[in-house]
Design a binder for this molecule. Structure first.
Ligand SMILES: *Cc1c(COP(=O)(O)O)cnc(C)c1O
Ligand SMILES: [Zn+2]
Length: 425
């Protein structure tokens, strides 16, 4: 959340800074005020959101290449070092960057890639942000970790907390997909289903966080949590041979991932790991929850909250905390933000599955379909080497495609019945 009514506790049970690396302070994104690396998340001066600031040294590619095959290979660019994680974490990251030639040919574009983050331990990119948040939580002395989630974060927190032996309390909207309730509850933590939208859940969690000494990964630990998303950008660049693509298309829920991919590209250039070349960042939303796309089209700097109504539940944040920052990034880089209907989302999922053998969740369908639409509108260059971010796994949102993903035929077990279908060559 970018603004709250009163300043939060800026300290934590242990009071110890979580950093041992190159992070130096929590820095206000609005006024630049610096605070120590504790569980603070709102500027004491102006109530603006805080993010982790660094003193980044020049880095060598070979050192990173020799690191673990996980997001922790980028530890020098993250706010926590990986010692605790190496003992017991789930090791997210280093997911495949898949060359999508068949999809590219179908769309008439030159070179296309899919960053397939469904390959993470609980199958969304959220495992990355949770790894950082729980690392910070343990260093700050929190024994209980919590979150407000649209589903995938709940999965990731419950799993990572189980792995580390931490207590977890996760809050979700009660109308979540069954696939996300089951894949959270199975890890044995506390799962609270709230009769309300994600934005109601998030508000409730701000209240709970003010009263309980819990590490809320996306509330009082949000500055650390958000840094985990940078590793998507680092990996894309390293997997392209240490260069940034011409364009990247990111889904937008709170807007954090989109802004952090940009932060990652800028840091890679600043540390000398890649040459600074121009890139455009594009955002993708479901029309049923498209406040950032609407603000982009209207030329507004502020994002007017909406009440979400879409099958893309993992993106259903009606009041996105990082919406204005996502707008900044997209405008600064010359990108755009588009949105697609639920029917187009389903078509996007099927198109990616049919052409590349990748089954994305609804958020991935939003990205593919938005890319198709932006191409048609001439807002993205078909000659630009483009990376589509697939952030989740289709197995968690089966209901979205179940009506259109049916058997070709259902027959009796006889050859006569088979030939009667007309399916034989
Ligand atoms: C959370 C989530 C996103 C978007 O995350 P933000 O950083 O909040 O914009 C995208 N895709 C999936 C599958 C997610 O779970
Ligand atoms: Zn400030």
């Amino acid at each position: 959340m970018s603004l709250i009514a009163s300043p939060p506790r800026a300290t934590s049970p242990a009071q110890a800074p979580p950093s041992v690396g190159n992070a130096t302070a929590l820095v206000c994104r609005e006024c630049g005020e610096r605070q120590p690396l504790t569980a603070g998340y709102v500027c004491a001066e102006c109530f603006g959101p805080l993010e982790v600031g660094y003193q980044l040294p020049a880095l060598r590619r070979a050192v990173i290449e020799a690191g673990p095959q996980s997001m922790w290979r980028y530890a020098p660019l993250l706010p926590v070092a990986p010692e605790i994680t190496e003992r017991g974490g789930l090791q997210p990251g280093w997911t495949p960057l898949v060359r999508a030639d068949r999809l590219a040919r179908e769309l008439g574009v030159r070179r296309l890639w899919v960053k397939d983050d469904s390959a993470n331990p609980t199958h969304p990119f959220k495992d990355r942000v949770v790894a950082i948040a729980l690392e910070a939580a343990e260093r700050l002395g929190f024994g209980t970790v919590a979150c407000a989630s649209t589903g995938n974060l709940a999965n990731a927190v419950a799993a990572a907390a189980a792995r580390r032996g931490l207590r977890s309390v996760v809050f979700v909207p009660s109308d979540l997909e069954a696939g996300k309730i089951v894949t959270t509850a199975v890890y044995g933590g506390t799962l609270v289903a709230v009769n309300g939208s994600y934005d109601d859940v998030n508000r409730l969690c701000s209240e709970v966080a003010a009263e309980q000494d819990w590490g809320f990964v996306n509330v009082n630990l949000r500055p650390y949590y958000a840094e985990g998303s940078k590793t998507v950008g680092y990996e894309v660049a390293e997997q392209l041979g240490w260069r940034t693509p011409d364009a990247v298309v990111s889904p937008v829920a709170s807007g954090s991932l989109l802004t952090k991919v940009d932060k990652a590209f800028r840091e890679l250039a600043a540390t000398g790991l890649v040459e600074a070349t121009p890139y455009r960042v594009f955002g993708a939303q479901a029309t049923g929850c498209s406040p950032v796309a609407a603000a982009f089209r209207a030329g507004h700097d502020v994002v007017r909250p909406v009440r979400p109504d879409t099958i893309a539940k993992s993106l259903a944040i009606g009041n996105p905390a990082d919406g204005p920052y996502a707008l900044d990034v997209v405008r600064r880089t010359g990108g755009a933000i588009g949105d697609v209907s639920d029917a187009e989302i389903v078509e996007g999922i099927r198109l990616l599955a049919r052409t590349e053998g990748l089954f994305a969740e609804t958020a991935g369908g939003v990205v593919v379909a938005t890319y198709v639409k932006l191409l048609a509108q001439g807002l993205v260059d078909p000659d630009a080497e483009t990376v589509l971010l697939n952030t989740g796994d289709g197995l968690k949102t089966l209901d979205a495609v179940a009506p259109v993903a049916r058997p070709t035929a259902t027959i009796d077990p006889s050859y006569a019945a088979f030939t009667a279908t007309g399916l034989e060559d």
